[in-house]
Design a protein around this ligand. Structure first.
Ligand SMILES: Nc1ncnc2c1ncn2[C@@H]1O[C@H](COP(=O)(O)OP(=O)(O)O)[C@@H](O)[C@H]1O
Ligand SMILES: [Mg+2]
Length: 298
C-alpha cells in the first residue's frame, strides 16, 4: 500500500505546490515509485512536475469523488502518493486529511499566515480525534519564506507551535530560487548556480520528514470506508475549536478564554465517548457528502 503524503493548507501561496513538486522529485530520485496527486484546480504542481521530472506520474483530481477514486486506484501502483492540496478548506482537503498518513503543513512567516492556517490545523486535529482516534495523520508544520534571525520569523514559529504539531527544524528560506525553479521547470538542487542555498535546506527538510520513507514506506490502508470520508461543514466560522490539551491547537484571539470542558465530549468519560462516536461522522451518504460533524457537540 502506498503512503499518502499530503501537503495541506487552506491558505494559498504558502508553498504547497513548491513542496509537493520537490518532495515528489526527491522521493523518486531515491528509487521510490511516486505519483503526484494534484488536487488543486490550478494544476500548477502537475504542470511543473511534468517538466521537472517527466518520469513521475501526475494525476489531476478536481472533485472529492475523483480524488477518492484516484486514491483507491493508486493504492498499489506506487510507494508514495504526494498530494498537493487546494488553497481552500474544501471537500478535497478534508478527503486528503482523512486519508493521509503524513501531512506537511507549510506556513508563511507572519502572524497573518499562522492565523490563516488555523482552519487546516483544526481540520487535522478533528480527523485525528473523530475519524482515526489516533495520532494519524502525522503532521509537521514547515515554516516557509523564513528570514532567519528576524523577529518576525521567531514570533511566527512560536505561534505555529501552538497548533500542537511538531514544527520542523528544517525550513525554507525566502529565496528566489524556489520561484525560479518553477519558471525553469526544475527543482532547486538541479540549479547549480541559483540553488546553492535552497538545495541543502530543502533536502535537510525532506530528510527530517519523509526521509524515513526511503528506507521503510509506511503501510496503512489507503482510504477510509466511504462513509467515514469527511467534508467540511459549510460554515466553518461557526464551529468551536477542539479541546483536548494533548492534541488541541491553541486557538487564537477571542477563542482563548473560552471554557470548553463542559461543552466537549471527552473520551475518558464513557457517556461522552459514546455520544461523540455516534455523532462524529455522518453515515450512509455518498463519500463526497459525508461530513465530520464538527458542530454537533455544540
Ligand atoms: N521559500 C520561498 N521563497 C520564495 N518564494 C517562494 C518560496 N516558497 C514558495 N515561493 C513562491 O511563492 C509562490 C507560491 O508558492 P506555491 O508553492 O505555489 O504556494 P501554494 O501552492 O501554497 O499556493 C510561488 O511563486 C513560489 O515560487
Ligand atoms: Mg499550489
Amino acid at each position: 500500500m502506498a503512503t499518502l503524503l499530503a501537503i495541506l493548507n487552506n491558505k494559498g501561496g504558502v508553498g504547497k505546490s513548491t513542496l509537493a513538486v520537490h518532495a515528489a522529485a526527491w522521493l523518486a530520485e531515491r528509487g521510490l515509485r511516486v505519483v503526484l496527486v494534484d488536487a488543486d484546480a490550478q494544476a500548477s504542481s502537475s504542470e511543473w512536475l511534468a517538466r521537472a521530472a517527466p518520469e513521475v506520474r501526475a494525476v489531476r483530481c478536481d472533485t472529492s469523488a475523483h480524488l477518492n477514486k484516484a486514491l483507491v486506484g493508486l493504492a498499489t501502483a506506487a510507494d508514495v502518493l504526494v498530494a498537493d492540496g487546494p488553497a481552500a478548506l474544501s471537500a478535497e482537503s478534508a478527503v486528503l486529511a482523512a486519508a493521509a498518513d503524513l501531512v506537511l503543513l507549510p506556513i508563511g512567516p507572519s502572524m497573518m499566515d499562522v492565523n490563516a492556517s488555523y482552519h487546516t490545523a483544526r481540520l487535522l486535529h478533528r480527523v485525528r480525534i473523530q475519524v482515526h482516534r489516533s495520532a494519524r495523520p502525522h503532521v509537521w508544520v514547515v515554516m516557509n519564506r523564513v528570514q532567519i534571525r528576524t523577529r518576525l520569523a521567531q514570533v511566527a514559529r512560536a505561534a505555529a507551535i501552538k497548533y500542537g504539531f511538531p514544527v520542523t527544524r528544517g525550513y525554507l528560506g525566502l529565496r528566489q530560487a524556489y520561484a525560479e525553479a518553477c519558471g525553469r521547470g526544475t527543482v532547486v538542487w538541479r540549479m547549480s548556480d541559483a540553488g546553492h542555498c535552497a538545495a541543502p535546506e530543502i533536502q535537510r527538510l525532506f530528510e527530517e520528514t519523509v526521509g524515513a520513507l526511503v528506507a521503510r514506506p509506511v503501510s496503512t490502508p489507503r482510504t477510509l470506508p466511504a462513509a467515514a470520508v469527511p467534508t467540511m461543514p459549510p460554515r466553518v466560522d461557526s464551529c468551536l475549536p477542539l479541546e483536548a490539551p494533548d492534541v488541541c491547537p491553541l486557538p487564537f484571539g477571542a477563542r482563548v478564554g473560552e471554557s470548553s470542558s463542559s461543552r466537549y465530549p471527552r473520551r475518558d468519560r464513557p457517556a461522552d465517548a459514546g455520544r461523540a462516536a455516534g455523532r462524529t461522522v455522518n453515515s450512509g451518504g455518498p463519500a463526497a457528502r459525508a461530513q465530520i460533524n464538527v458542530c454537533a457537540e455544540q
